[in-house]
Design a binder for this molecule. Sequence first.
Ligand code: M6R
Length: 618
Amino acid sequence: MCGIIAYIGPRDVRPVLLDGLSRLEYRGYDSAGLATLDGDRGSLSIVKKAGRIAELARVVHESTLPPAHQGISHTRWATHGEPTDVNAHPHADGSGDLAIVHNGVIENFQTLKKQLEAEGHVFASATDTEVLSHLIGRAYSESTETGSQRLSGAVKQALRGIKGTYGIAVMHRDHHGLIVGARRGSPLVLGIGEGEMFLSSDAAALLPYTNKVVYLKDFDLVELRAGQFDIQSLTSGRSAFEIEELGFAPDAAERGGFPHYMLKEIHEQPQTIENAIRGRLNAEESSALLGGLNLSPAALRDVERVVVLGCGTALHAGMIGAHMLEDMAFVAAESECAGEFRFKNRPLPRNTLFFAVSQSGETADTLGALREARRRGHIGLGICNNVASTIARESDGGTYMHAGPEIGVAATKSFVSQVAIFGLLTLLLGRMRHMSAGTGTGIIQAYAQLPDQITRILEHQAQIESIARKYAQARSMLFLGRQYHYPVALEAALKMKEISYIHAAGFASSELKHGIIALIDPETPTVILCPQDSLYEKNISTIQEVKARRGPVIAMATEGDTGIKDHADDVIYVPRTLDMLQPILSIIPLQLLSYYTAVALGRDVDKPRNLAKSVTVE
Ligand code: M6R
């Protein structure tokens, strides 16, 4: 949540910051700002504005902000104080000589603010960040150190009194040629260019400039100069680091001709499946290879129970994963909302294996739940897309999704990737138990067909667009599914409400008669997931029950099921695969349905209101 980009080098910093902010805008987009330091005139200038980056860019272009070669900037998702000009970052200290941008939450800011106010400090904003700027400013004015140590020493001293999380970038008028960054709990990546340095909360924002990065660790402090950097530990001397190469193509975070990232990411899903399974299918043994789990065959064989933790879309993928593990691998499994698990006192067998599922790898609730599971002595593994994320680093092992950057706030390709990975895990654990080689081979063959099957679904997007237009004015929509398709119904409803703002709710179809049926009327469309599986007849009955109350029905059915047209108002077909993998195909037209509904309503698809891509606050 919130995005930071900082630059120091030969370029005019203004376009670099504005370009970086627009790449980070998906992390938070209620206000934005930048500070530049002009060495020739010795001036520190701050420009900030409520609203989108385009609004900030307009103000910057109209301003007299002089060209400069170093600056810090921020796009905000409000936590403390409303999204106003004054609450936007950067924040200055009392002297106006120091500017800071900050991601994270200072938990003890109220206490610190009162102390500072008693000393005479006056605050302009309602933010926790301004308190941090004053703390650094106070430490700076009291410091007896000289050179860059005076600024970085003041940052260290101020951070010692902080409870909470931070990723920060700081500049001071007296330190032309220096930017100081530090992190704890909020990601910060150093980008190394030729004679220039960057600091960003997301490596993808650095792609146009460099592919050489250092992922800073918690309690790292970095001093950036145009041609060099120095990483220290906030707690002791030097901090070890590794320069890594970004594995993404330079245009991986571009829209590539699509009107929205979400549509681009939906269309990437054939490739997403290939990336998730590459090198992980073992045809010879009819099993899967997941070396990153870091568990011996004996340890995997001893697993008594699996608990999957996640939030939002990742939780829905986890529900499907848990169902697969029970259904096909005969391992007791369940998924739990990460934000609930961490505060519960659940008795679980000793050999319970935990999976924290998270695209960003930074979701605070999922990270908290993973930490809690490990604190209780369990093995905690991660299924993440972001390889350098906190969850990836703190887990005992796991599996990367290799899905490439997901920029649209609505999770799409990460969902199919997570479900595909749970399929691999099911294959691996199943083949260690009662799953036959024939069943294992069938799963491997089904995986091979998925990319082409997804492509076939995408070819029908025009039909899905016209269904979306037909129902776009609905005030409420229902999604019903059974077994593997119950979490698909939840996920489809989440997509719909998140980007179209139409109220949407997903239920197990069996629940219809237990209250939900009261909502059925001619103005409320119901999407019924009706694959040709063992529960097909029951799903047809569900359609009948809705139709009997004059509710419009959109059925999602299996290719070739022409008979369903007699029951439903509209039919969306998907190819058939194994039950356990069917959600990967079924969700795709429903992602498109929500996408085209949101477009028809003129919504900001990639940046829906009130949301942010990575939820790093509790
Ligand atoms: O990065 P994560 O996978 O941990 O994110 C979890 C949820 O915040 C996320 O899936 C959210 O529900 C999406 N916006 C849904 O589209």
